[in-house]
Design a binder for this molecule. Sequence first.
Ligand SMILES: NC(=O)c1ccc[n+]([C@@H]2O[C@H](COP(=O)([O-])OP(=O)(O)OC[C@H]3O[C@@H](n4cnc5c(N)ncnc54)[C@H](OP(=O)(O)O)[C@@H]3O)[C@@H](O)[C@H]2O)c1
Length: 295
Amino acid sequence: MSNTTANRTLYALISWGSSMLLVTGVSGGLGQLVAERLAGRDDVVLGTRAPLPGARRVDFDDPESLPEAFAGVDTLLLISAGYGEDDTVIARHDAAISAAERAGVRHLVYTSLTGAGDHLPYALAHRWTERRLSASTSLKWTVLRNGLYAELLAFLAAPGADGRLTAPLADGRLAAVARADLAEIAVRVALDPAPHAGRVYELAGPRALGGAELAAATGTAYAPETLADARKRISASGALDFQVPMLVGTYSAIAGGFLATPDTPDTGDLHALLGRAPLDPLEVYAEAVGAGTGR
Ligand SMILES: NC(=O)c1ccc[n+]([C@@H]2O[C@H](COP(=O)([O-])OP(=O)(O)OC[C@H]3O[C@@H](n4cnc5c(N)ncnc54)[C@H](OP(=O)(O)O)[C@@H]3O)[C@@H](O)[C@H]2O)c1
């Protein structure tokens, strides 16, 4: 028996009679928070490209490795692998979904992008992935349309050493959401996916934040910037080619007011799935700024 066959048999035996969940991308910001919440469970396997002890190697850029990575898995929590041009990201997600279908995964939970984010440069790959899932004839699926993180705002709108918060947000506001809230929802859904089959959840944050408010929270003054100046600043910062339009487009969508609608206790999926009040994104933003962990 080859090692691969032996491993598949072992995984099948381990998972027999119980339902196995595999989480991809556990070295990323969201994946780490998910993994922390699942620690100690024997029905959960972690997946990552990183050399993490006990985790399976999961690299969507290496499709040939995925049959073994997904062997014995019933539920797959696919954390989007969104860094790259659209064709790169689409190829990754297609490889992951195709491998899940072939491995007999029953339910795939995908972390997507808020519907309000259709103007964002990276929306296309998310919508492609949603369409690919809904075309699957074997998988049940759930789409978690995550809003932009409060922690990302700490990167996009970080106060400078000059006491100013310089960013091209105009008067726009972002309904930012704490990554930890999104991690908690992903865990809840992935551990009991059946009631969520075929659902698309909109997970914008509970409160919209603008430049003046962010500056006040960090003891700085808001200095609105033009998109042209921001593009020059980002290009000069050593950003990768694909990141320049990605970042400028994010500012533009916020400034244009497309991402300002918050989740509400009465109607919102974020409140309903959490079953508690969401974390305050302004506090999460300020903490991430203070800790220098914005991204
Ligand atoms: N809503 C938002 O504000 C927001 C902000 C940024 C990004 N995102 C999207 O949400 C995802 C998760 O966010 P995050 O904060 O955790 O991002 P992050 O900290 O930058 O982590 C990147 C993630 O992409 C995964 N990844 C990259 N290449 C991969 C590959 N070839 N195969 C498998 N996985 C790959 C990484 O997995 P490993 O390193 O563990 O293999 C990791 O989970 C991102 O990848 C991006 O698509 C959302």
